[in-house]
Design a protein around this ligand. Structure first.
Ligand code: DX5
Ligand code: ZN
Length: 218
């Protein structure tokens, strides 16, 4: 397991001032960008034009989390826009291996996201096809929800499978990650931590990032 990385989610940021909101998290490892289409999840956020512009102005790499239907059609454009990582949902992809290969061909790190009720086992033999597995620790769609401890055994099984395969696949958790929950996620084997409200709700967002990273490393 590598040094923990913290990716603040701008879902909890001020959408009218994104450049300044990214500047608030200078200590972060990347910016987590939640794209929602109001079909895969019952919420609508931002899309390609905003990500294209953010990629030009952000000093941090972009980690795009696509909560959209038909990612086979939409995800490659986020890689072309300059996102360092593009994560699509397993539940939504028609041909996830083909899509992951396409994202890598375009120079992005390919990620697959699993909702709380989606099993990790079908992905155990496919881990070589992705750079990251995102284990949702809430139902996707909104910030500020409570961390689901019931998902931790899945994080543990995923980490064991990654280790057994000897692969360099990141294990990301997203949803309800805070100073109160990050240690449990790290102990289960996560190494990339997405946090929205816990970072953007803090007076000093950069310090909140460092606190989460220190707790995860402890
Ligand atoms: C939820 C999003 C998360 C969200 C996390 O659907 O994928 O990235 O912003 O927010 P918090 O950390 O507040 O649960
Ligand atoms: Zn997310």
């Amino acid at each position: 397991v590598r040094r923990p990385r913290v990716h603040p989610s701008i879902l909890s940021a001020d959408f009218t001032d994104l450049a300044a909101e990214v500047a608030r998290i200078s200590t972060a490892d990347a910016v987590h960008v939640d794209v929602m289409d109001n079909h895969f999840v019952p919420n609508l956020t931002l899309g390609l034009p905003v990500v294209e512009r953010l990629a030009q102005v952000s000093p941090l790499p972009l980690d795009c989390h696509l909560m959209v239907e038909a990612p086979d059609r939409w995800a490659p454009a986020y890689a072309e826009a300059g996102a360092q990582g593009v994560t699509f949902h397993a539940e939504a992809a028609a041909a996830p291996v083909r899509l992951a290969r396409e994202l890598r061909r375009l120079g992005a790190r390919a990620g697959v996201a699993l909702n709380p009720a989606t099993p990790v086992e079908p992905w155990v033999d496919l881990l070589g096809e992705v750079d990251l597995v995102l284990v949702m620790t809430v139902e996707p769609g909104f910030g500020g929800q409570s961390f689901l401890d019931v998902v931790l055994p899945k994080v543990r099984r995923l980490r064991a499978a990654v280790s057994a395969a000897g692969l360099d696949v990141a294990v990301q958790v997203d949803g309800g990650v805070s100073a109160a929950t990050v240690e449990r996620a790290a102990e289960a084997g996560a190494d990339v931590f997405v946090a929205g409200s816990a970072v953007y709700g803090a007076d000093d967002a950069a310090a909140a990032v460092e606190e989460l990273r220190a707790l995860a490393a402890a």
